[in-house]
Design a protein around this ligand. Structure first.
Ligand code: WQD
Length: 338
């Protein structure tokens, strides 16, 4: 069965391609390589022994998307990762985000709407909750006004999919709201490859650990939390990738109860920035060089998932601990800096 993975050369996309191949799916990747490298194909092949079909294509080009689906009319499911995802950049370049994250989604859904049956998995984010009032966060927590155009494209994306599924009998979709993805495949053949200075915490930690960065700046220790630093739900990327395959199978096998469903994908456990640093120090045996600086604008204090729905309905549960995920991130960082 042929599955399209858009953004399949990216961090979460490539790990999901591996898990799809492990489950026997034929994978075709579309990626414009704007934030990823074609070399990732070698890493995927090194792990599974199978090279996915790859087409370098910009999903903003409507005619190209139509042509793709004519040539690959046997695609039965799509896992859609391709999107711009830097919160800060989205504030400076909103139209780039609306065109790239929304325009492309509309083109994909138009093609899938032409099919008798199609399954669609959408890469969403806990960012839709903003600072939720209650912890852990359940899927019916109110969606708060987005704090960035990036977050807005995730909220709008979910609504566009829900509206389309309502009037498209053959289209079934699941949105997965990721918490904070981290780590790398245990083989160290694929992992996170941030371009330039990493915005996210974990790659900044490992780049500091390997000497690429002088020191980590901890953005504030005056939050109303136990140690004063922000709390997040750090989910191992392989656990997250497996959730995509399980969600896709739910749709392909017609087990979904609604034609549009939403699931949180997290560990259900919150960890502070200082706890993440302590985790790195445990698994690497190294002292991390860091300093406390002022808060980063737009940061929320606390976010961690209620995973009951994913555990009991989707049948998925995170298996790896923060230390195991951090160790995989550290092994990967050391390998790519050799
Ligand atoms: C985590 C914590 C920072 C860097 C973002 C997006 C979210 C999703 C994941 C795409 C925060 C602190 C960070 C640093 C630090 N992306 N930090 N020093 O902001 O929770 O989520 O990435 O879907 O949509 O918003 O992740 O890793 O940037 O920050 O102290 O150098 O680490 O303040 O408390 P975040 P993050």
């Amino acid at each position: 069965m042929k599955i399209l993975v858009t953004g399949g050369l990216g961090f979460i996309g490539s790990h999901t391609v591996v898990e799809l191949q492990n489950e026997g799916f034929e994978v075709v990747i579309i990626d414009d390589c704007s934030n990823s490298s074609e070399n990732v194909l070698k890493g995927i092949t090194a792990i599974t022994g199978k090279t996915p079909i790859f087409e370098k294509l910009d999903l903003k080009e409507k005619a190209k998307v139509e042509d793709f689906f004519k040539r690959h009319h046997d695609v039965e499911g799509v896992i859609h990762f391709a999107a711009s995802k830097a919160v800060g950049e989205s504030v400076e370049k909103p139209l780039l985000y609306y065109e790239n994250n929304i325009g492309t989604l509309v083109y994909l859904l138009k093609e899938l709407s032409k099919k008798n049956k199609a399954s669609f998995i959408f890469s969403s984010s806990c960012t839709v909750y903003g600072q939720a009032d209650k912890m852990p966060i359940t899927e019916d927590a109110p969606v708060k006004p987005a704090e960035s155009p990036y977050g807005n494209t995730k909220q709008m994306g979910e609504e566009i999919i829900a509206d389309t599924c309502k009037v498209t009998p053959g289209l079934n979709a699941i949105a997965l709201r990721y918490f904070n993805p981290m780590g790398a495949h245990p083989s160290t053949e694929i992992g996170e490859l941030p371009i330039g200075v990493p915005q996210n915490l974990v790659p900044f930690i490992t780049q500091t650990g390997v000497g690429l960065r002088e020191e980590l700046s901890v953005f504030g220790d005056d939050y109303p939390t136990e140690d004063g630093t922000c709390i997040r739900d750090y989910i191992y990327v392989v656990d997250l990738a497996k959730a995509h395959v399980i969600a896709l199978k739910r749709l392909l096998e017609g087990k979904n109860k609604e034609n549009y469903e939403v699931f949180n994908v997290g560990t259900g456990k919150g960890s502070s920035v200082l706890e993440a640093i302590q985790s790195f120090e445990r698994v690497s045996g190294k002292k991390l060089n860091y300093k406390i600086v002022g808060r980063r604008p737009g940061d929320i204090t606390t976010a961690y998932a209620d995973t009951t729905k994913a555990n009991e309905i989707l049948g998925w549960k995170a298996e790896y601990t923060l230390d195991e995920a951090m160790k995989s991130a550290w092994d990967w960082e050391q390998k790519i800096r050799r």
